[in-house]
Design a protein around this ligand. Sequence first.
Ligand code: TEU
Length: 562
Amino acid sequence: MSKKTNTEWWKKSVVYQVYPKSFQDSNGDGYGDLNGIRQRLPYLKELGIDVIWLNPIYASPQVDNGYDISDYRMIEPTFGTMEDFDALLAEAHAMGLKIILDLVVNHTSDQHKWFLEAKKSKDNPYHDYYIWKDEVPNNWGSSFGGSTWEYVPEVGQYYLHLFAKEQPDLNWDNPKVRQEVYDILRFWLDKGIDGFRMDVITLISKDPAYPDGPVIQNKAYGSYYAGCATGPHVHEYLQEMNREVLSKYDIMTVGEAPHTSADQAMDYTGADRGELNMVFHFDHMHLDYDENGKYARNRVKLTDLKKVFTEWDEKMRACGGWNSLYWSNHDQARAVTRFGDESPEYRVISAKMLGTALHMLQGTPYIYEGEEIGMTNAFFDKIEDYRDVEALDIFKDFTGRKGFSAKDTLELLRLKSRDNSRTPMQWSTEKNAGFTDGEPWIAVNENYKTINAEAAVKDPESVFFYYKKLVQLRHEMPVITDGVYKLLDADNEKVYTYLRKSEDETLLVICNFTKETIDYPVGDFVNADQGTLLISNYDDAPQQYADAIELKPYGAYVYEIK
Ligand code: TEU
């Protein structure tokens, strides 16, 4: 059975996120699957990561790529069987790799048996598993278009869905729902999985007043966040979940926390809170938003980015919590396109720089599949290429109600659509990048002939080997896990410089976020008698620290200061 104490192994771990639908197809049906992931375990082992996070693998109609679950105890048939999962877990464990799953319990699929029952009648025992109103109580708009309220004639009521109408929200105020969720957790934890990423877990408790939300980002409806994010009972429910289930296993938990400030996150992750180990915040993801929200052309301002990383570091340290560190995931654009420079000249070098800036921070880094080979946005040029429910809704809304041209809207999707990160993993120069022998469910990025894992593992100068080294350094050097972070040169718009300091070690991290060559007077910010180069993305980086350093385009330099 379970172990009682949490050994906090996740503080020294690097997580690799696998999007199962797009990772590796093993049976030619065009969808990635569990046996495909199994085949690729040696690749992940070679990269050196510790933990694999799998996006939802449960039975699902796939309206939102698995975030609409119809059976929490069954594997999505296109991904395989429960035997395949058990084999994957056993094999991963035998190789020293852990696996965490995605827990999606703010909502279910409308095809889940609870919802099929719930919508039959008001007297049905499952009716109260969901949130029903006789009248539409407010102006909330769902994340994927339209109202959050959907009418069901059989019962004469509206149910709440923050996401697609096929994703009805569960009623967490019903203790039976919470017990059902805890049973699901136990089912998977007793199989031996190593933890959970909890989807929109900060939204589970709704304000019973169901207040109208402000209409922001030129949307057609009001925002639901004020009435859902960190609602009245969320901490009580998470503490209950922790007490009854999580605390009994030596696992990691990371809660997805949209619209959660660092101050609020202290209550989710603080050492004495008994809730979650860490959260994914969105503060750095929001920095390039404009009046239309996410679908914007802006680039992130480096000083803003520093402020976010610094504030989260301070607050998590103050509460004894822990940070999660990420540039990208299955909902975001590709890191090198968005934060770096994907031009052939600078793609590799800037991908390595981004890796350095993030992996030297305190927290648990998450690598999104393909990031370790510098995969770029998809650059689809027609709406027919898109698969994501969000992208299709944005196209309809922007070209319809907002009156944007199709060309402009497609440009925004090319920059920000979630499908950018969902194109198949690029394994080789073979047909469909070695992802499938069949017809891939979403087009493969055309640049796979140059950007692929096979080429990367043969090239000691690749992003892959640089990431491998970053992971290794984290394993070897306690200062990367424990050292105190200190921001230097805060107002510099081009260079991100910080220290990590423990009792007997200090690291100086300098990252040039521009393609300019910069004479950097580092001695103005830090007094160090002697510094030795630990890692750089330039082979000819000065081995010894000096008062002034010439920073090459997108140069990243980490010095160990004695
Ligand atoms: O995303 C939650 C979330 O906040 C989204 O609105 C996210 O910000 C958006 O996709 C960005 O454009 C989670 C999952 O990660 C996402 O894939 C799911 O679609 C969503 O929950 C519903 O389960």
